[in-house]
Design a protein around this ligand. Sequence first.
Ligand SMILES: [Zn+2]
Length: 334
Amino acid sequence: MVTLAWHVKPLTELLSHRGHFPHSLLIHGPQGIGKVEFSYSLVQSLLCLAPVNHLSCQQCVACHWVAQRQHPDLMILNIEGNVTLEEDAAEDKAKDKKSTTINVDAVRDLGPFLTVGAQRNGYKIVLIEQADALNINAANALLKALEEPPPNVLFVLVADQLKRLLPTILSRCQKLALRAPNAKESCEYLKIPESEALSLLAVYGTPLNSKRALEQGVEKLRHSYLTLLTTPQVQLTELSVLAQKIPLEYWLDWTHKWCNDLISQYFLQKRFFHIDVAVNLPTVEKVIIFDLLAWEKQLKQAKRSLRHPLVPKLLIESLLIPWLSLNRSLYLNP
Ligand SMILES: [Zn+2]
């Protein structure tokens, strides 16, 4: 379990206060920067039998147990009810029909774990991978445990959005904000040429999200999708067939970003997202900017309310229809 390069410093600093830890620690920051990975590095370092400079040795039996998510003094709560890394969790969300919340039963099941002493005479740790996914009953049940924490129990909560947590939970936790990696750290993490890495970061925001898009094989569809999207007089059927081969969240995000690229091209003469795609870039005339802005609003709304529609085709086509008329205006009236 390798600690991400941009986490080494905050992790070492945090671990240097070992012994003065609060009962509950809330790790937060933007989506996709590796907060869950950080938490596992923290947990492993705390449970390690022979830490080196505060960090886990990666060799001892405790380190192996944590790596396999099977340490007897570690309890993991996440939306799948199983063990996953942040990357996998997001991947599952893209495909899935699974739950998007942690329910009260999961928190109640902590009871026996909290009341029995630590097996290895150290910390017992409860790691909640998506604390912002606790439903209201689960959050209230957790609050009870946070208010009267058993000795030597550490709660590690991870969240993208603090505003989705109960204020009473927030006030019980010591907060640790993690920063996003900078461009250099991101490029080093991706281990691909810098220009390629910067292009991916422009689209996906963080190196972990970029890596996931590469590993899932969706990134290679982006260029063909944008090429088809910008083909003059493209037909809805053809576009829809290709769009349906792309995971819905990616398709919507790419399309929204393409729309934003056209808008910024008009106002700022610059693209910010699909900077690497050598598409047939049209000149955006004043006459269609309002149509583009209206389409952007529709796409943004769809992104906000995306809840795995029963018939993705309908959603896709309803959002592509405005583009067909924009496409005609953009490419036929130079
Ligand atoms: Zn170890």
